[in-house]
Ligand binder design. Structure first.
Ligand code: DHE
Length: 519
């Protein structure tokens, strides 16, 4: 039936593609079925190759897509089709894959289950690491350049293993609370579970067609995946990634929404989801015990009006004044700071009372997901880079006032520090100075040094080792590197060649929820 439906759509597509093409004789849908469908799926939802839908291709320019079709893509199975297709046919194919599907593709339990593979079922591998490095001071390094990940010994700074990942991982990989397992999400919806002790992928499943990120529950039992396509949150059993439940994401008026991102709030025993198209934040409890584990006033939101579900994993809707995309949580997960879509301010939402308690003076596009906090003159402050403005904003977390704006050489993406470091590092991700990284003194809130470790190449994303003695910085280039610095003297110690190492994730800092890194 599904194939019949796809076939009918194909016919519609064929007609529209022929009409839409500059060369009206080119049947793009037929070309797609002949050259692309085997790997990318006959309905473009992906398969061995990535999904070829406008949402999944948003980050790829059309000219680049044409080059990939013509010349193939290194480090993938994508062949060069230039000797089989004319320029006009390639152009028609590009137009075709950037055309939205006229229906919401289905990715329900059946499709999710059909993708499930478990090469090493839970408990089938030894419980002892196969290496002698400190398992809590390992780093996962995601290498976007050729879709690999490296596990790095954080004491010797030597790779333990390098393995192929799914295409286009995005968001931080998330560890189980003991650091034994790490879970990756790809933009195409694949979730991979990797055993850090045995250095093996142990289970995989495709939880969505266009996925934002995943979160692991504080008790390590569940993985929640947030999707753009379809509009769902998908709950998985962390052991073998079996799907447990799909949450259709809908407002009270029935309007459905993409999920911007999902986070775990371990002290609350819940997941928190940011929604793109409805002004709500969702909190989904994974606790067996209905009593709240946190103090303060909490109503039993299970019986609240408009509640999505009254069974296990209840959803609490927190209504907002504006859409919030990007979150920062305080260390206790009592307040979330969100960037408002209007580009003028942010909001502080208190999760106990379930409403906004303050506005934030934050303009441009603060990248709150990359915010960090530390104690400054007896107060806790948080610092966030800005994706649109050349500044770092410093917010007092008692008064919620912006107490300083630190000018930078350009908009930044990532910011990092560590409890034991006097410095915070922020990159200059955009503009002519994208090869620069600023070092801020956490006591004076001033830039004390600017590094340019690889002139002309983007330097971005820092992560500290377990005790904060070293800072690791990425050179975001296919011919890139991870550079290890002495975090005190700021001198370079070692440079490890890597292929566009996008992010680095230290087991100890992530599982202990260090104030200097993202969680
Ligand atoms: Fe990310 C994390 C959203 C573009 C690299 N990014 C996140 C998170 C969100 C987010 C909500 C936190 C989720 C998590 O870690 O679980 N990112 C967005 C966007 O909305 C945006 C601007 C547009 C988009 O198309 O998604 C975007 N992100 C990018 C990139 O262009 C980056 C630089 C390259 C890439 O991978 O596509 C990028 N994002 C990252 C990285 C993290 C991330 C490396 C994890 C940071 C960390 O250290 O935790």
């Amino acid at each position: 039936m599904r194939y019949f439906f796809s076939y009918c759509l194909l016919m519609i597509f064929s007609a529209s593609a022929v009409l839409a093409g500059t060369d009206s004789n080119i049947d793009a849908a037929r070309l797609y079925q002949k050259h692309c469908a085997e790997c990318h799926g006959e309905d473009r939802l992906g398969g061995m190759g990535q999904a070829l839908l406008p949402g999944n291709l948003k980050r790829l320019k059309k000219e680049k897509a044409a080059t990939v079709i013509r010349d193939g893509r290194i480090a993938t199975q994508m062949p060069a089709l230039g000797d089989r297709l004319s320029d006009a046919q390639i152009e028609a194919l590009v137009r075709y894959i950037y055309t939205p599907l006229p229906f919401m593709p289905k990715w329900g339990l059946a499709e999710i289950r059909a993708s499930h593979v478990v090469p090493h079922p839970y408990k089938s591998l030894p419980d002892k690491p196969v290496f002698d490095a400190d398992p809590l001071n390992l780093f996962v390094v995601v290498e976007l350049g050729d879709h690999h990940a490296t596990i790095l010994d954080g004491d010797r700074f030597e790779p333990l293993v390098r393995f192929k990942t799914r295409l286009n991982l995005h968001g931080g990989p998330k560890y189980s609370p003991d650091g034994r397992y790490v879970y990756f999400a790809s933009r195409d919806g694949w979730v991979s579970k990797f055993d850090m002790y045995n250095l093996k992928i142990v289970a995989e499943i495709r939880a969505g067609i266009n996925t934002r990120n995943l979160a692991v529950s504080g008790d390590g039992r569940y993985v929640m995946v947030g999707n753009y396509l379809p509009h769902t949150l998908v709950l998985l059993d962390a052991r073998n990634l079996d799907p447990i439940k799909i949450f259709p994401v809908k407002g009270l008026d029935g309007k459905s929404s993409r999920v911007s991102a999902v986070y775990a709030a371990p002290p609350r025993g819940s997941f928190i989801a940011a929604l793109k198209d409805i002004p709500e934040v969702w909190e989904i409890s994974y606790r067996d015990d209905p009593e709240p584990i946190y103090s303060g006033y909490v109503h039993d939101y299970r019986y609240q009006e408009g509640f999505a579900d009254k069974g296990p994993f209840p959803v609490r809707r927190i209504k907002l004044d504006d859409y919030l995309d990007d979150f920062f949580f305080d260390q206790s997960y009592t307040n979330l700071l969100g960037a408002a879509r209007n580009g003028k301010n942010g909001q502080v939402v208190n999760l106990i009372v379930g409403r906004k308690i303050a506005d934030l003076d934050l303009s441009g596009m603060p990248h709150l997901g990359s915010g960090i906090s530390w104690m400054y003159q007896g107060h806790r402050i948080m610092a966030t880079p800005n994706l649109k403005k050349a500044e770092v904003s410093i917010i007092d977390m008692q008064s919620w006032k912006t107490i300083k704006r630190i000018k930078t050489l350009g908009p930044g993406f990532f910011m990092r520090s560590h409890e034991n470091s006097p410095y915070a590092w922020v990159d200059v991700f955009f503009g002519p100075d994208r090869d620069a990284v600023h070092i801020l003194d956490k006591k004076t809130l001033k830039i004390v040094k600017t590094l340019r470790p690889a002139p002309g190449k983007n330097a971005a994303h820092v992560e500290f080792d377990r005790d904060g003695r070293h800072a690791l910085l990425s050179i975001w280039d296919r011919d890139g590197a991870v550079i290890i610095y002495d975090a005190k003297t700021l001198k370079e110690i070692k440079r490890l060649p890597m292929s566009k190492p996008s992010g680095k994730y230290n087991v100890y800092n992530k599982t202990r929820r260090s104030e200097g890194t993202s969680h």
